[in-house]
Design a protein around this ligand. Structure first.
Ligand code: GLN
Length: 283
């Protein structure tokens, strides 16, 4: 073998980090390590601890291919084809939004405000991160997951090999019976027009726009969805919606207009308004 093809882990990483940094890619060090780890099967600790180890030629070729993708700002989750959400590793493709860490908190909040729920639906499930997690924390319950996109539903189903969730293709909750669920949750698209304009290229150029944009004021989805939630919840049923500080006040108002009571918003770990909850009144 020609010596010029022998590249050490440390040298590759240094070059990759330099190129990623120059291209303005987020987390250059982590990206480089994840790529090396993916192609060599070595842990991050081994990569950092043994920089002199040579990268096998096949792996080197593959690492350069993945680095090219990252240099074009493609998110690491799409490059690797997977993303961790709570204790689950989910398959992700560009057909679904990459699950966000703040959404993990929706699961704990739901469990604390609605511990006895036995029938529940997540609207707009994407990768399936929410319904799959709900079925773990509510093991006795019936969980339905929906999406408008057939492609997204395929990804969600592939993340549910044991068929724990009932997957339904639907336009929000159109077609669902009234008074059916104890709990309805959703992380709908909620970015405002201005927020869409200033998205990081890693989000705006790769993730599905339909999972992000909430129209001019970010509230288009809530205006359609919240009245449907009110119809499909049982009396005393609860809803948990992901929101952002930009839509907080309007979402409170929309929930009120649909007759919800005990409306509250809740911060995420970073202290930003991230969830809205409400209850359908009794009768
Ligand atoms: N939290 C996502 C983001 O900031 C937006 C998700 C959504 O619109 N539901 O990119």
């Amino acid at each position: 073998m020609n010596d010029s093809t022998m590249v050490g882990l440390g040298d590759w990483l240094k070059r990759a980090m330099g190129e990623l940094e120059a291209a303005g890619v987020e987390s250059p060090g982590l990206s480089g390590r994840l790529i090396l780890s993916e192609v060599t099967g070595f842990s991050s600790a081994k990569i950092l601890g043994f920089p002199e180890i040579f990268i096998p030629p096949d792996a080197l070729f593959e690492a350069d291919v993945l680095l090219e993708r990252r240099l074009r700002h493609e998110p690491m989750a799409y490059i690797l084809g997977r993303k961790e959400f709570r204790n689950i590793t989910l398959k992700v493709t560009p057909a679904v939004l990459i699950p966000r860490p703040e959404t993990e908190e929706l699961i704990d909040l739901t469990q604390s405000i609605c511990p006895d729920a036995s029938t529940m639906v997540d609207v707009g499930s994407g990768s399936g991160c929410i319904p799959l997690s709900l079925s773990e924390v509510f093991p006795e319950s019936r969980v339905v997951g929906t999406d408008f996109s057939q492609k997204a539903l395929k990804v969600a189903q592939s993340n549910d090999p044991d068929r724990r969730i009932s997957w339904v293709q639907s336009d929000w909750l159109a077609g669902f019976d009234r008074d059916r669920f104890d709990l309805i949750v959703s992380n709908p698209p909620y970015l405002t027009h201005d927020e869409m304009e200033s998205l990081d290229p890693q989000v705006g150029e790769y993730e599905p726009i339909s999972a992000l944009t909430g129209g001019e004021d970010g509230c288009d989805a809530y205006r359609v969805l919240v009245p449907q939630i009110a119809r499909c919840l049982k009396h005393r049923g609860k809803t948990v919606l992901e929101i952002s500080p930009s839509v907080e006040n309007q979402v409170i108002q929309i929930l009120g207009e649909s007759g919800f009571v005990h409306i509250r918003t809740h911060p995420d770990w970073a202290g930003r308004a991230r969830f809205a909850t409400g209850e359908r009144p009794n009768g």
